[in-house]
Design a protein. Structure first.
Length: 477
């Protein structure tokens, strides 16, 4: 008499078991207490190949960046370029003197580099400017300083030991991070030679605690950027061998607009353009009477997205999201609202919560089905899809070495974006496309979230079972 209830229970579970069958190995993570959402299906027929609670709202971490990439392509198109300008209400006189302030109008280029600033300075030099009798003013009127929403970014103002938590500004340069080059001295026992990457003279303060060691002694560097009364200081400790090549070290600055001001001022001086009153930062828009003296265009959007997604660059992702906001003084939350509005227009997407374009904000929520709906929508937009899919990585030759796992089938038939968070809970998320043996396109998304009681989660625990599950789907079709 106990068989009938048991049979009823099994019949009730059959649809769930059938859905999860395509992710039989990923499903084992649920037995360990992790919250999992997963879905894989073919794009042509819509056939569902596997699912585990695909509508479940979970943190996508950096998989959030695919929303940013899709929204940016939808708004501007692949060839859009952001422009940075030098403007002034004054004009240089016959002797090359600019009697007024020189204003850097930050255009929100997420990949503005020292090389771009140098080109901008050279173009200013071509106009005949040789001296500025006012100030160099870096204007971040579009947005900045942007309120920090995550612990990493809030702490980064005073001190930081990484580059991924860079603060945000429409006038930021070098991804909001300082770069210094560490080279060995001529002889062992002497301090290493440390300079700014973009200048012979240091632009950022340097506290050099690196000792040069004999040949083949190995190189070990530890770096922290701290904010002192004198400004930002890079504290570098460790050792470098006399026969080692120079090493570049990146750490987030305390103020990206101030960093741009210091960098641009140094370049003006190198180009022989003196600035009498130094540099400052402003949040006001340049006056309407200001005219353009020099301008430089950044890389096209499709190139920016390649860098943003391949390297999961948080600074670039959030700056692009801020650029989506149509009003000045944009906040990161407003950027998230713009992304949510874009997602709301995707057929069959469902609920989504986005507080940033980078995914650094742990409040971001979406579902595996939602990510797949976005991926499918981009697949059906031939003018945008090539630029979108090119920004994803193939495990076999992607820049992130940790994804080079699984069989040749997984490595050569899949394009993906990963997402990682470790606090407040562990998050490992993956979404992307696959091609079956017969050439059919498919989409897949797997979101794995820990809880306060689940153990540490590493990428091997997710990528290995995912590779095996996807391999079976790819081979079956």
């Amino acid at each position: 008499m106990f068989r009938r209830p048991l049979l009823c229970v099994l019949l009730t579970l059959l649809p769930l078991l059938a859905q999860a069958s395509g992710f039989s190995r990923i499903a084992e993570l649920t037995d360990k207490g992790f919250r999992v959402g997963a879905e894989a299906r073919l794009l042509g027929s819509g056939e569902l190949l596997g699912a585990i609670e695909p509508e479940r709202q979970l943190s996508p971490a950096s998989v959030s960046k695919v929303y940013m990439a899709a929204a940016a392509l939808d708004r501007w198109g692949p060839q859009h370029r952001f422009t940075s300008r030098l403007v002034s209400t004054a004009a240089p006189d016959a002797e090359g003197v600019l009697h007024g302030d020189l204003v850097f109008d930050g255009g929100g280029d997420p990949a503005l580099t020292s090389e771009d600033l140098w080109r901008l300075v050279q173009r200013l030099h071509q106009t005949g400017v040789r001296r500025v009798d006012g100030r160099l003013v870096v204007s971040q009127w579009r947005y900045g300083p942007v309120e920090c929403l995550t612990t990493d970014r809030c702490q980064a103002h005073s001190r930081v030991a990484n580059a991924y938590s860079a603060l945000l500004s429409s006038a930021g340069v070098n991804f909001g991070s300082w770069c210094v080059s560490v080279a060995p001295a001529a002889a062992a026992g002497e301090p290493a030679r440390i300079n700014s990457c973009a200048s012979q003279a240091p632009i950022v303060g340097i506290d050099n605690r690196v000792e040069t060691k004999p040949d083949d002694s190995g190189t070990e560097l530890n770096a922290e950027r701290v904010l002192r009364d004198t400004g930002d200081v890079m504290v570098i400790r460790g050792q470098i061998s006399t026969n080692a090549r120079p090493r570049q070290v990146y750490r987030a600055s305390s103020d990206p607009a101030r960093q741009s001001a210091d960098t641009l001022l140094a370049m003006l001086e190198q180009a022989g353009i003196a600035v009498r009153e130094g540099a400052s930062v402003a949040v006001t828009e340049p006056p309407e009477s200001a005219r353009e003296l020099a301008a430089v265009e950044g890389e096209p959007l499709q190139e920016l997205l390649l860098r943003t997604l391949n390297y999961s660059n948080n600074f670039m992702a959030d700056v692009l999201a801020l650029n989506l906001v149509e009003t000045a003084r944009a906040s990161l939350e407003q950027g998230g609202v713009a992304l949510e509005a874009f997602a709301a227009g995707i057929p069959g997407h469902g609920p989504v919560t986005l507080r940033s374009g980078s995914g650094l904000t742990p409040e971001n929520r979406t579902s595996a089905a939602g990510v797949n709906a976005l991926l499918e929508s981009m697949y059906h937009r031939p003018a945008l899809f090539p630029s979108f899919v090119a920004a994803l990585q193939s495990p076999g030759n992607g820049v992130m070495r940790f994804i080079r796992r699984g069989s040749p089938t997984f490595q050569q038939h899949v394009m993906l974006k990963t997402g990682t968070l470790n606090r407040p809970v562990a998050v490992r998320a993956v979404g992307g496309y696959f091609r079956t043996r017969s050439g059919q396109w498919g989409v897949f998304s797997v979101l794995v979230n820990g809880t306060a009681t689940t153990p540490w989660l590493n990428w091997r625990q997710v990528l290995d079972p995912l590779a095996a599950d996807l391999e079976e789907m790819i081979d079956a079709y």
